[in-house]
Design a protein around this ligand. Sequence first.
Ligand code: UDP
Length: 310
Amino acid sequence: MRILITGVAGFIGSHLADYLLKKGHRVVGMDNFLTGRKENIQHLKGNSKFKFIQHNVTQYIQVPGSLQAILHFASPASPIDYLRHPIPTLKVGALGTHNALGLAKKKRALFMLASTSEIYGDPLINPQHEGYWGNVNPIGPRGVYDEAKRFAEAITMAYHRSHKIPVRIVRIFNTYGPRMRREDGRAVPNFISQALMNKSITVYGKGNQTRSLCYISDLVEGLYKLLNSSLNEPVNIGNPHEITILSLAKIIKRLTGSSSKILFKPLPQDDPQVRRPDIRLARRKLHWNPKILLEEGLRETIRYFQTGRR
Ligand code: UDP
């Protein structure tokens, strides 16, 4: 297949490009480097199966030649990034998704949307299954991301129903691994870089909020299985192993052998109290199950932050 990935220079986009190229596909990558980084795709320069187009998908998208699939992964994805870029976040989720769907329609290509567990907001049930509609504050600081992704899901399903485009909607839960930016602002990169510098590890609130962390290689395998399935409805992909943020901080401190202290800071507004994917659908329909244990994935990620080896 010849596949377009929007957001190819991002953490997930670049791993996805590597995986698809390894599987023998041709990849057209697109990014405007708002939060993506050239370093993440540097190694693909000179690969005859990879072509890069610098473009902001909020503007009309043009890709010469045929495409069999469009994987729409462009968006700021870390809370501090979407707070820093609220309007581009709304635009890429809304206008960018519309443009990418228009391209899919024109090229008769399959369309995959990178959606998110933020669809569920600060969830009132735990774990979250795909049938749950969520608990989102539309005008809060996270609303720019959550509502853009909810709109993106709505327009993706509308294109599927009206134009008969095959679609895949993946609700990605917290994912981590090499190529996350040091200054990304999310818990894993923050804690690792703080621990490696023996600086205070900043835990927001009491640290009793929970997350469930999926290693990048597991996520990418799930994405590929979903791509090759015939599931047009949203599917959760994530690791159901749920831990508190305070225990995550302690694990990272131990794995890095750091002398950092834990510093409690105010909890950001609308920070979800719990998050854990119900992955029965992915298990049943995709025969997908995450394999990498938390400590194993964290060790790889720590190594990346130490050596830069991606
Ligand atoms: N968090 C924290 N300290 C940090 C960064 C994040 O305690 O330096 C918390 C944050 O408040 C949230 C959890 O860790 O409860 C996960 O945050 P992250 O930014 O990784 O992603 P989110 O799951 O909120 O989208």
